[in-house]
Ligand binder design. Structure first.
Ligand SMILES: [Zn+2]
Length: 156
């Protein structure tokens, strides 16, 4: 791993520049686990509805980002949605699960109030349009992972 050091101008302080690969694991939590199990067992995308402000978050989360209310009601949202924005990554990395180029999109699923980050497939980058309709493509063999959704493809 290449590193570079430099002295901070006018000070007796040295800076060390490097890159650290940090594998990590965290609990999906009770509601996040239910979200993943529904993906695996029923190919259903679940959101969490806030009882106070009625917002529906996908993926399901345990706390409302607006009012900090506790969320424990799951509601099914559509596997179809609208592409809000996207980016095309030409370079892969060890944490990317697919071949490049990778197209990431933020998709607002029908019935949800927030954007859902996932990959897009069966589409060329030049065909992408903000506002286009897309739908989830599920893997045949699912394992309670966000990648049980293979990608979203344009609605044909
Ligand atoms: Zn709320």
């Amino acid at each position: 791993m290449a590193t570079v050091t430099e002295k901070l101008e006018g000070m007796d302080v040295w800076l060390y520049h490097g890159r650290i690969y940090i594998p990590n694991t965290y609990s999906a939590g009770a509601i996040g686990s239910r979200f993943l199990i529904e993906l695996r067992d029923n190919k259903r995308i679940m959101g969490a509805r806030c009882p106070a402000c009625n917002r529906v978050y996908v993926p399901a989360r345990s706390v409302c980002k607006d009012c900090f209310g506790q969320l424990d009601e799951l509601v099914e949202v559509s596997s179809r949605g609208t592409l809000l924005t996207y980016t095309v990554c030409q370079r892969g990395s060890r944490v990317q699960p697919v071949e490049t180029p990778i197209i990431y999109g933020i998709i607002q699923l029908d019935g949800a109030d927030n954007g859902f980050v996932h990959m897009l497939g069966e589409v060329e980058p030049e065909q992408l349009r903000i506002g286009m309709r897309v739908q989830a493509v599920f893997k045949e063999k699912r394992e309670a992972s966000i990648l049980d959704i293979k990608y979203f493809k344009p609605l044909g």
